[in-house]
Design a protein. Structure first.
Length: 256
């Protein structure tokens, strides 16, 4: 079956409402993410999983206008939304991307899919985000999150997960049950400084916008290595949102 990339997105983010359609260089965050995933060789189809709420109508309208596939489902039960999307589009494996990652790296995503395709795992994740909290070595900066898992594993989580947190955070049931699912992690080969590349706050958007101004001339899709080099060359940029790193567990709980 085909590899299906599912981007979970909503307009009602509690920390930064409407962020997925905020512009970076004149282009919505969501469109940046889609374009970065489109160049990943192993991805066959990209779908946005949107809540079936009235407040999310602008997001559905945007996807229609941009000819981006989408599927609507439960706002609170994101696991059900993901499973419904995967069943509708026939994806196996399923790649999970959240809509707060406009710097998602196509090369890292391709490596992750390759790791899954070794056949040794039911679930693999880039070492970033909630399941990588506390890691000191091999961790990627926040904002490069990606997960890849089998449709049977997703179906098992959808069928058996009863904790509301597992229903809300999609893959929590998988990586919390490593005795049941074969879980793996894609570690960074280099040591990355503690930069914050996600967009959960207006200051995050300010930083990422500056990064695109510096590196994205002409719509060029630059890799994370160039982002790190830029922030090390111009440390004043990283200071824009540095105080948010770890604040209020911003990335301890993954949100749309």
């Amino acid at each position: 079956m085909s590899t299906l990339a599912v981007i979970q997105a909503r307009m009602g983010s509690t920390r930064f409402p409407g962020k997925v359609l905020q512009p970076i260089g004149g282009k919505a965050i969501l469109l940046h993410i889609v374009e970065r995933l489109e160049v990943v060789p192993s991805i066959d189809e990209i779908v946005v999983a949107i809540p079936d709420c009235a407040v999310d109508q602008p997001l559905r309208t945007f996807c229609r206008e941009q000819r981006i596939s989408f599927w609507s489902g439960s706002e609170a039960d994101v696991l059900d939304r993901y499973y419904g999307t995967a069943r509708r589009y026939g994806g196996d494996p399923v790649l999970r991307i959240t809509a707060d990652c406009p710097l998602v790296d196509p090369g890292i995503v391709e490596k992750l899919i390759g790791m899954y395709r070794t056949g040794r795992f039911d679930y693999v994740a880039v070492a970033a985000g909630a399941d990588a909290e506390g890691l000191t070595d091999g961790r990627f900066p926040d904002g490069l999150d990606a997960e890849c898992f089998s449709l049977p594993a997703l179906e098992a989580a959808w069928r058996d997960a009863t904790d509301a947190r597992d229903r809300e955070h999609v893959t929590r049931y998988l990586w919390k049950n490593k005795q049941r699912f074969r879980c793996g992690k894609l570690f960074a080969e280099a040591h990355y400084p503690s930069f914050r590349l996600t967009v959960d706050h207006p200051l995050d958007l300010q930083l990422v916008s500056r990064i695109y101004e510096e590196l994205g001339d002409g719509g060029r899709l630059f890799p994370v290595a160039e982002v790190i080099a830029l922030l090390e060359r111009k440390p004043e940029l990283a200071e824009i949102n540095r105080h948010l790193i770890g604040a209020q567990n911003y990335r301890a709980v993954v949100e749309d």
